[in-house]
Ligand binder design. Structure first.
Ligand code: FES
Length: 158
């Protein structure tokens, strides 16, 4: 189905909702992975909400992203308990293995690397998440082994 049709259908799903923008953006992002300029422009046209307002919402809330991200989003915690337990070494090794810095996506679009604040499981620090999966008691070697598994999964069905 063409991109425009999908967006229009999503917008129409919320015709009866008084303030539908968040719901629309959430569904559109779920569909396309991120909120590109083209997508936001179409949402603006279809909803008749000014594009600047839509950008305001899309860039304000952390659940939205206007940049294309990898298939797997790695979120590394570096708050104090994780830091004390060696997260810096884990982070450095992770960056070295991926060849990217925080906020970046690998060229093959498999991984995006981000920070997260405390995940509330400091007892098993240092900690990272890959999409919805949580990993604790990390060492640099363990982190790389986990990411190698994801890379295998990610390239086997791309
Ligand atoms: S500080 Fe990292 S999980 Fe709490």
């Amino acid at each position: 189905m063409p991109e425009i049709t999908i967006i229009d259908e999503i917008v129409e799903n919320y015709n009866d909702v008084k303030t539908p923008l968040i719901y629309i953006l959430k569904d559109v992002q779920k569909e396309f992975g991120y909120l590109s300029d083209n997508v936001l422009t179409r949402v603006a046209k279809k909803t008749k909400i000014p594009l600047s307002d839509i950008y305001g919402v899309a860039t304000f809330y952390s659940l939205f992203t206007t940049k294309e991200k990898g298939k797997y989003i790695i979120r590394c915690c570096n708050n104090a308990p994780c830091h004390v337990n060696g997260s810096k070494e884990v982070l450095d090794k992770t960056k070295e293995y991926l060849g990217i810095d925080f906020g970046e996506t690998t060229k093959d679009k498999i991984f995006t690397l981000e920070f997260t604040s405390c995940l509330g499981i400091c007892a098993v620090a240092p900690v990272m998440m890959v999409n919805d999966d949580v990993y604790g008691n990390l060492t640099p070697e363990k982190a790389v082994a986990i990411l190698k598994d994801y890379k295998l999964k990610g390239t086997s069905n791309v």
